[in-house]
Design a protein around this ligand. Structure first.
Ligand SMILES: Nc1nc2c(ncn2[C@@H]2O[C@H](COP(=O)(O)OP(=O)(O)O)[C@@H](O)[C@H]2O)c(=O)[nH]1
Ligand SMILES: [Mg+2]
Length: 321
């Protein structure tokens, strides 16, 4: 049976293999994804982001437990751009979610992304698609927050949770304005520590000062104590309220459309790049490089020349068809 069919039939080992192939950038994986893609778009994709050590993995583990008790199936993609170097955080994720590792209704995958630049790693998006196509009701995506990564997870998710802690009071100031607009739920974890009330008041004051969001949603601020599994039901409730809000208010269509456009644009860039590299067996590019070094052209002019050549060839092809 082809790999994609096995995945669609719910075979966890096949799914794990497909995600590994995606990580390696294997052409077989891209072929398999052709069959996977039409089966996506059903899962509720929930991004969980925040500083290292905020309690994202512990919260994720709690949410898995909650969803399983309610008869839902869960996929988890845990991404850490730093752990490719250290291995530490991912090991931590595994340990924290271990109790679910033998549950067939849960599929957890950790990714140590190499070469993060250029958006949420393609393998991560692929892994979300795979879990969605397998029929998981909810797919949780855990990533360490840091500027670009946060923006990426917002784009990749239907609902975004930012996990904050009382000890990191400066975090609000550090958050980019655009991110604040895009967060759907704030979780104040480690609510057992001093300063949780102050952080909540600060967040709510700031939220009330802002203009109403274009989509009309007011992000709730929820206390959690992940180590004690406290606040889990409240958090899950906020997640499902936001999901309903997206569905009834039309926001889901908007988000899915934006996501599809983003994925298309990222893919088309790669396809065009490959195509350009192959022009005249690579000689076209090399010729332009020579011209640049010799001062006969600039990167911009050379790029325009490539675009012109690309457009020309396609006009010829269209006429022939
Ligand atoms: N005091 C306290 N510690 C917590 C709480 N939740 C998580 N922790 C601890 O914070 C540390 C980091 O948790 P982890 O889930 O790995 O954070 P992540 O890096 O955001 O995934 C662990 O030692 C947890 O036991 C909490 O509610 N209160
Ligand atoms: Mg973690």
């Amino acid at each position: 049976m082809p790999l994609a069919e096995k995945v669609l039939a719910g075979d966890i080992r096949a799914a794990a293999r497909l995600i590994s192939l995606l990580e390696d950038g294997s052409p077989d994986a891209l072929d398999a994804m052709e069959s996977i893609y039409p089966h996506t778009g059903k899962a509720h994709i929930v991004g969980i982001t925040g500083a290292p050590g905020a309690g994202k993995s512990t919260l994720t583990d709690n949410l898995i437990g909650y969803y399983r008790q309610n008869g839902m199936t869960v996929g988890v993609v845990a991404i850490d751009p730093t752990s490719a170097l250290t291995g530490g955080a991912i090991l931590g994720d595994r340990v924290r979610m271990q109790r679910h590792s033998t549950d067939s209704g849960v599929f957890i995958r950790s990714l140590a992304t190499r070469g993060w630049a250029g958006g949420l790693a393609k393998a991560a998006i692929g892994a979300v698609h795979v879990m969605d196509a397998m029929g998981k009701d909810v797919v949780l995506v855990e990533t360490v927050g840091s500027g670009q990564v946060e923006i990426d997870i917002v784009r990749a998710s239907d609902t975004t949770i930012v996990v904050m802690t009382p000890s990191a009071g400066d975090e609000i100031q550090m958050m980019k304005a655009g991110i604040l607009e895009a967060v759907d739920i704030f979780a104040i974890n480690k609510a057992d520590l001093d300063g949780a009330d102050r952080l909540k008041a600060g967040l709510e004051a700031m939220l009330s000062m802002r203009e109403r969001r274009a989509d009309g949603w007011t992000p709730p601020v929820i206390f959690t104590e992940a180590v004690n599994d406290k606040g889990t039901a409240e958090l899950a409730d906020a997640v499902s309220k936001h999901h309903e809000y997206l569905i009834t208010g039309g926001g889901m269509d908007v988000r899915r459309r934006e996501r599809a456009r983003l994925e298309l644009m990222e893919t088309v860039e790669g396809v065009i790049r490959d195509y350009v590299h192959c022009l005249d067996g690579g000689r076209f590019i090399e010729g332009l490089v020579e011209d640049m070094i010799a001062g006969r052209t600039s990167p911009r002019r050379a790029a325009r020349e490539i675009a012109g050549r690309f457009a020309g060839e396609n006009t010829v092809r269209e006429r022939r068809e």
